[in-house]
Design a binder for this molecule. Structure first.
Ligand SMILES: [Zn+2]
Length: 345
């Protein structure tokens, strides 16, 4: 195959990846399916991005021959608390928030945007053929309502020193589990599913006031469900932490979806997995409870990119906005059978 046909196919592959990143990891093996798409989409590229790489690019690294550039795909804007999935050359070095972001063999990469991020955020992508290119992404601010929660056990709101120490120790263990950076791409293999069905009883990011005392923003999403309801893994992963009785969070499980992206499930009445377990999407990890600082049975589902908390609801809702350049994937139909199930309101 000569170069002139090779590069459009590579671009096509990447754009397919852009459209299907969340559940069609092997889309790049059949780029022919949408032959007309890449050219049309290219013309709509964000102005913040570089012009398309020319197939004649001959810059090479390491004496291994020419490595053509690949267009880096990123959204133009993201909401606070988003999981961002991008695409680039597999050999690219991607840097964001002081971290070198893992790039998969497919060229996919992902990172989280914090609740309080003001933007524009800067993602540096260094490709062999282009050198370093800075991508600037606007951050859409969100409203963070105040949520008053009364009737919480006073010791969990203003813990005495010995309890504060215990809390710190437990949080350090969870933080350590979140440092993991596995090559797995469980977060992108399929669209996430709801771990339990129910009403959202507490949203991510809301400013919380417990018994009249302002505390940290809500770190995840609460879903109302009866005591004992089975909790399904929203995506596949490896259990990186499990403990039955942490002081604040009670029965606690952290499920690592790869590339620093993890879910945590809190207040569980029962835990059905142990650290190191490989869990499939939909597999039961435990049961809903009210352990730790909780006023009643519910599932608290939090998500992280390393220590950056992200909003699970945005992850669930990225059905047709799977990341790489949402503006550019307009018009590409969602794969069938992937609609998320919304909870009753
Ligand atoms: Zn919660």
């Amino acid at each position: 195959m000569n170069r002139s046909t090779k590069l459009p196919m590579a671009l096509s592959a990447l754009l397919m990846l852009a459209a299907c990143a969340a559940n069609a990891p092997r889309a790049q093996t059949s780029p022919e399916r949408k032959p007309s798409r890449p050219a049309a989409m290219q013309s709509k590229q964000a102005p913040t991005q570089q012009p398309p790489a020319k197939p004649s690019r001959e810059t090479s690294i390491g004496g291994g021959g020419a490595i053509p550039a690949r267009r880096t795909l990123l959204p133009q804007s993201v909401a606070q608390g988003s999981l961002v999935i991008g695409g680039t050359h597999p050999a690219a070095i991607v840097e964001y928030a002081g971290r070198t972001v893992r790039v998969a063999p497919s060229g996919r990469f992902a990172f989280g945007v914090g609740r309080d991020e003001q933007g524009p955020i800067v993602v540096r992508v260094t490709q062999p053929a282009t050198g370093m290119i800075e991508h600037r992404i606007e951050v859409t601010p969100r409203d963070w309502p105040v949520e008053k929660i009364d009737g919480v056990p006073p010791n969990t709101v203003n813990p005495p020193p010995e309890i504060a120490e215990r809390i710190e120790r437990e949080q350090a263990m969870v933080a350590a589990a979140r440092k993991r950076d596995d090559a797995r791409e469980d977060y992108a293999e399929r669209f996430f599913i709801w771990p339990v069905q129910g009403r959202i009883s507490g949203r991510f990011g809301n400013q919380r006031v417990y018994n009249g005392t302002p505390k940290s923003p809500h770190s995840g999403m609460d879903i109302a469900a009866a005591q004992g309801t089975a909790i399904k893994a929203p995506a596949a992963g490896i259990v990186s932490f499990a403990a039955p009785d942490l002081y604040l969070t009670g029965g606690t499980v952290v499920l690592d979806h790869g590339a620093g992206i993890s879910s945590n499930f809190l207040h569980l009445s029962r835990i059905d997995v142990k650290v190191g377990d490989r869990v499939a999407q939909g597999q039961i990890v435990g049961a809903v409870g009210a352990t730790g600082r909780a006023t009643g049975p519910h599932l608290h589902w939090g998500m992280n990119w390393f220590d950056t908390r992200i909003d699970p609801l945005l992850v669930l809702e990225r059905v047709c906005h799977v990341g790489p350049n949402a503006p550019n994937i307009e018009g590409i139909a969602c794969p069938t059978g992937t609609a998320t199930i919304k909870p009753e309101k």
